[in-house]
Design a protein around this ligand. Structure first.
Ligand SMILES: Nc1ncnc2c1ncn2[C@@H]1O[C@H](COP(=O)(O)OP(=O)(O)OP(=O)(O)O)[C@@H](O)[C@H]1O
Length: 292
């Protein structure tokens, strides 16, 4: 089943335009959404969830238009927002009672287990919980409705490394079942490195890369060599190139690289982090760094 399909989605703010011609995520997979500050990750997630008004385009969740079948879809959809909206005066144990009355598949046992794992005091008012604990609570709530699809906006940004590690393991077991899907925006590339099946990179409101995690290693490479030799690589296969006084480093398509290898060139596999950073910094001028 297709968990998420976005078609011709546009949204504009002053000095910013989001344009997503197509984005598809099938059940059984985790897609990581990467992008720097202001790239449009939250805007895309808000448009998907109808929390921000789209200018144009369509969003299908479980192959149905989201705004047509919202109540039914919400029963099967767990959401964690960048800034969780939870009633501060209530305690986690009170929120549990409310959730129970709304969600058919609510799982008390799982909620209590996650609260224990994340060390969430269910008897403390939410307003008195730390920022990271509120995020963990939001994750516990989203998982305890036993969703088929999780949409997460930077869920790990406020978490300590232990909680991040636990969260990544939870995600991995969540998608063990083929029916489950996760769409997950983050700054923390290492989290994606461990779990994502697909990586989508968004920059200035546009998708600049969307493919399987393996394709980053299989289809691309980093070439390093002396600065004077950088022009030996045809521009058609260079996605990004950083040139220093003595050496260069280029992110290239792998298929034609063998034909232009020179003595002194070194070819490496890119990590997701390296691939992402080189891709989004491709237009940056070296003068910026020279000022320093
Ligand atoms: N309500 C709004 N009104 C005007 N501009 C907005 C609004 N919401 C977002 N923007 C602008 O849209 C652009 C994308 O913002 P968005 O929050 O989607 O980025 P992001 O990728 O989630 O960033 P971050 O990683 O910093 O959270 C930014 O330029 C932001 O200033």
């Amino acid at each position: 089943m297709i968990a998420l399909k976005v078609k011709n989605l546009t949204k504009s703010y002053k000095n910013f335009r989001l344009e997503i011609p197509e984005l598809i995520l099938e059940s059984g997979y985790i897609m990581g959404l990467l992008g720097k500050n202001g790239a449009g990750k939250t805007t895309l997630i808000k448009c998907i969830l109808d929390l921000a008004r789209k200018e144009s385009g369509e969003v299908f969740i479980f192959e149905k238009p989201f705004n047509c079948d919202e109540t039914e879809i919400k029963q099967r959809l767990g959401v964690v927002l960048e800034t969780p909206i939870l009633p501060g005066q209530l305690k986690p144990k009170d929120v549990k009672e409310i959730m129970k009355s709304f969600y058919k598949n609510w799982d008390d046992r799982l909620y209590n287990k996650l609260c224990d794992l994340f060390e969430i005091d269910q008897n403390k008012k939410i307003i008195h919980l730390s920022k990271g604990t509120v995020m963990k609570l939001s994750i516990a709530l989203a998982l305890s409705i036993r969703p088929e699809f999780l949409i997460l906006d930077e869920p790990t940004s406020g978490l300590d490394p232990v909680a991040r590690n636990q969260f990544v393991e939870i995600l991995q077991s969540f998608v063990q079942s083929e029916e489950k899907a996760v769409f997950y925006s983050t700054h923390i590339v290492s989290d994606i490195e461990n779990v994502a099946d697909f990586v989508t990179i968004i920059d200035n409101g546009k998708i600049i890369f969307s493919s399987s995690r393996e394709s980053i290693e299989e289809d691309y490479c980093i070439v390093k060599g002396p600065a004077s030799e950088s022009n030996k690589i045809p521009q058609s296969i260079v996605l990004s190139c950083k040139k220093g006084s003595f050496s260069f480093e280029a992110l290239c398509k792998k298929n034609e690289i063998e034909n232009c290898m020179q003595p002194g060139f070194v070819v490496e596999k890119p990590s997701i982090e390296k691939f992402y950073v080189m891709l989004v910094r491709r237009d940056e001028k070296d003068e910026v760094l020279e000022v320093l």
